[in-house]
Design a protein around this ligand. Structure first.
Ligand code: UD1
Ligand code: MG
Length: 451
């Protein structure tokens, strides 16, 4: 059976008080819409259609960045959820199979729930996802009789008895494409909001002799985002889930509540993550690594046995091979560090490669930027870079070469050579004592003058 996803994302999200359309606001570094798309993608749909309206260009970009095959259709005026789905009619005119309607602002739906909806389609023409609401508030109410769904009533249009129902509409539906568009064509805007309600298709389906049912999920899956407060709640929900998943998969989080994960963070089992480690997007960490406290990682890969931090920063393109050590106050950007190499203290390594077992001394800087362009630093195997070396790129240090600490290296150092570039040192016997005397005398004169 073919499946098409239709994801509604035309709404403005007025309560976000934002210049951005609501669905592109990020949760754990991915637009809210992408969370819905990721869950939808688990059904392996043949088509994915996004209904955009407010900020359509930004919505389209966010959607295509995740999946370049998505189709975008526009809803010029937000005339209701049925009208929104109707915008996909032309795009799906030749489509045969099921349409699953999702909301772009409902990021926590679980793949199992979508599977449940499609499984129910075997016996019912129309499947609606409902949930038992702790506080049903203004949700649409599902009217169920003998296991069949009779209709959905919107809160504004509901009688007192209907408002007492606690089984609520999540908004998600699954239905055969042809039937869905037939039903939508019959929906009117004759209701309290003057909108075309998608929810009306249930009553229309039943009147036409079709069957309908509700499957349910936990309320937490239907959490929608309407305000910045909801966005913060959504991030917290995401973090709690992602932390629990890591623990479940054999990752040690010393203080889970202080570790912040991105939507795509991957960490292998037996890796230890100390408190206050923050992950940006695009991080993969293999098994058996150690990420020490207060480190920040983004767009990087950490191999087995590597130790990072405390207080390290791995930026996009940082590739750490096995058993690498990256210590405190070290920043690595766009650099490949080979097995067993160490950058332990106070360094910046950018646009570089470091060979196996090399040791980079404290305070080493790759001077990779000349104010206009970036340049590459190549460091061979078994190299010893003395503390406070400035490597003015482009520059190469050959295998088993050395630099003297404090050097500014502007020329390539060949294999096995020592590069040294600093003023020769002089010793002036007795000068320190003399200098102390002069300075102390000066200070005591100053102090007297002040009294
Ligand atoms: C809808 C349901 C309600 C359900 C609730 C769950 C209808 C009529 N009501 O109400 O039964 O309990 O969701 O959250 O369907 N959208 C568009 N174009 C439009 C209108 C909406 O793209 O013209 C999108 C919105 O951006 C949003 C989604 O559809 O992602 C739902 O719209 P919203 O206005 O939030 O519907 P509710 O009034 O909450
Ligand atoms: Mg809503």
């Amino acid at each position: 059976m073919s499946t098409a996803l239709v994801i509604l994302a035309a709404g403005k999200g007025t309560r976000m008080k934002s210049d951005l359309p609501k669905v592109v606001h990020p949760i754990a570094h991915a637009p809210m819409l992408v969370h819905a798309m990721r869950t939808g993608a688990t059904l392996d749909p043949d088509r994915t259609i996004i209904v955009a309206g407010h900020g359509a260009d930004l919505v389209a970009k966010a959607a295509r960045d995740f999946d370049e095959t998505v189709e975008i259709v526009l809803q010029d005026e937000q005339n209701g959820t049925a009208d929104a789905v109707d915008q996909a009619r032309d795009a799906l005119s030749d489509f045969e199979g099921d349409v699953v309607v999702l909301y772009g602002d409902t990021p926590f739906l679980q793949p199992e729930t979508l599977e449940k909806m499609l499984a129910a389609r075997v016996n019912y023409d129309l499947v609606v996802l409902g949930f038992e609401a702790a506080d049903p508030a203004r949700y649409g109410r599902l009217v169920v009789k003998d296991g069949s769904l009779e209709k959905i009533v919107e809160f504004k249009d509901a009688s007192d008895a209907e408002r007492d129902l606690t089984l609520c509409n999540s908004g998600l539906i699954a239905c055969d494409a042809k039937l869905l568009f037939e039903l939508i064509a019959q929906v009117s805007d004759n209701n309290a909001s003057g909108e075309y309600y998608l929810t009306d298709i249930v009553e229309l389906a039943r009147a036409g002799g079709h069957s309908a049912t509700a499957v349910t999920c936990d309320e937490s899956e239907t959490l929608g985002v309407n305000s910045r407060a909801d966005l913060a709640t959504a991030d917290a929900v995401f973090q709690n889930r992602a932390r629990a998943e890591l623990l479940e998969n054999g990752v040690t989080l010393m203080d889970p509540d202080t570790v912040y994960l991105a939507f795509d963070t991957y960490i292998g089992r037996d890796t230890l993550v100390e408190p206050n480690v923050v992950f940006g997007p695009g991080v993969t960490v293999e098994s058996g690594a150690t990420l020490r406290a207060f480190s920040h990682l983004e767009g990087c890969h950490v191999s087995r046995g590597a130790i990072v931090g405390p207080y390290a920063r791995l930026r996009p393109g940082a590739e750490l091979s096995e058993d690498v050590r990256i210590g405190n106050f070290v920043e690595i950007k766009n650099a490949v560090i080979a097995e067993g190499a160490k950058v332990n203290h106070l360094s910046y390594i950018g646009d570089a490669t470091i060979g196996a077992e090399s040791n980079i001394g404290a305070g080493t800087i790759t001077c990779n930027y000349d104010g206009v362009m970036k340049h590459q630093t190549t460091i061979g195997k078994g190299v010893f870079v003395g503390s406070n070396t400035m490597l003015v790129a482009p520059v190469t240090l050959g295998d088993e070469s050395m630099t003297a600490s404090g050097s500014v290296i502007t020329k390539n150092v060949e294999d096995g050579a020592l590069g040294i570039s600093r003023a020769p040192m002089e010793i002036k016997p007795g000068w320190a004592r003399k200098l102390f005397k002069v300075l102390r005398l000066k200070k005591s004169k100053q102090d007297k003058g002040q009294n």
